[in-house]
Design a protein around this ligand. Sequence first.
Ligand code: UGA
Length: 447
Amino acid sequence: MRVLIVGSGYVGLCMGVVFAKSHDVTLVDIDQAKVDMINRAESPIYEKDIDTLLSAGISKGSLVAKNTDAEFQPHDVVLIAVGTPSSDDGSVNLDYLKSAVDWIFSREAQICNSDFCVICIKSTVLPGTTTEIVQKQIDARNLGSRIASVFNPEFLREGNAIYDSINPDRIVIGSDNQRATQLIQSLYESTIESDTVFVEMSKESSELCKYVSNCFLATKISFANEIANIAERIPNADIDEVMHAVGLDGRISPKFFGSGAGYGGSCFPKDTIGLISFAENILKTDSRIIRAANEVNKTRPDRLVDLLLECVPNIKGKKVAILGLAFKPDTDDTRYSPSYRIIDLLQSQHAEVWIHDPMMKKILENEDPPKNVTIAYTIEECLTDTDACILVTDWSDYKNAGLASLVAPMRTKIFIDGRRLFVKDEYTQNINYRTIGVLTKCSSIDN
Ligand code: UGA
């Protein structure tokens, strides 16, 4: 099958390298530097296992990247994987999507197979968008006999996107055209390696399903974080013991009950705000639970700083280390990372902030460092002579180093573990170890 993917960002590239195992894939992007990198088999993003698949696709000739001015062959499926960021008012910005669709229709005779072609949106869009933005153009141009529109949401996690592409829990196909549904199903059948359920539904249900999946997972995390606040005030209670047992109920599942610094990244923050704005401003209905999930989430960085301030009320001039800038491990993505709020809170109290992340070099290739912060490229450099440390991202580098080795170079061993990495460790009396979801106290240590 010939597949054209418009947008070679995170989703487009990951899907592209996976589809190129069994199909001929062309990636399109307006960014020539990105196109050149992909054609040199260099991934513009960091993602586990992407390099091997990218090299395989490029050397086999089943994967190529082009800019929008290039010549194209006709394709069976055109996937749209461009960003749909939040606008300042929380609404979903469709500018990239609209430009991609306009480009597709301006080149339709060349890029769409003349027999039958599916234009499929993979970008996260609100209910009604596929019909409004794609199907209306198909109808207006009288192309309905040979072009169909479909919505097919992606459920890939950053850091696990290749694994998730090959082993999806389910493939949701929003379509009102049987031939289009079958074409999208066969696109996946030759690439996935697990028993996957294909779920067919209306375009509108599938569009809503994507938002609801992310909003539910975000709510689940905030629920666990709210219970963590309760557990840490009860002697001998432990949030993980509680949520593990709760999750063993087949109706609930233990996944995404991990309490900690809260959710970040480009998806949960954006999609929760997007659905709230759609529900309240467009549909004129309440969205109280998702709103509460975001409110709970906003308090998580503050809780970690409070744990520190309870031990050292005055951090003015103190050197405080932050471990982790990426919003989660195994990614160089720092969007909506809780670390930024923690930096702001510490700086508002005039602390001297140092920060380490195992991906720091890659992070700084794409963005400016946080302001007035000292960047450390090794864990030891970050922690040497510090008065306190807040661990924000649960990188295995930190877990593998172990608490004793992390605190060894610190001047005052106050360690706030925002991800409960060392909660079960034995630690010596002269470490002031505090974490969330379990009662921890400030012991008196030399500081
Ligand atoms: C999320 C969804 O998990 C994917 O299914 C979806 O496709 C993707 O958004 C998207 O819409 O594109 P992602 O943002 O990559 O994926 O990351 P997750 O692994 O879901 O983690 C999101 C945030 O939740 C992270 O900050 C993570 O630290 C936090 N988290 C996750 C917790 O605090 N506790 C948990 O138990 C799990």
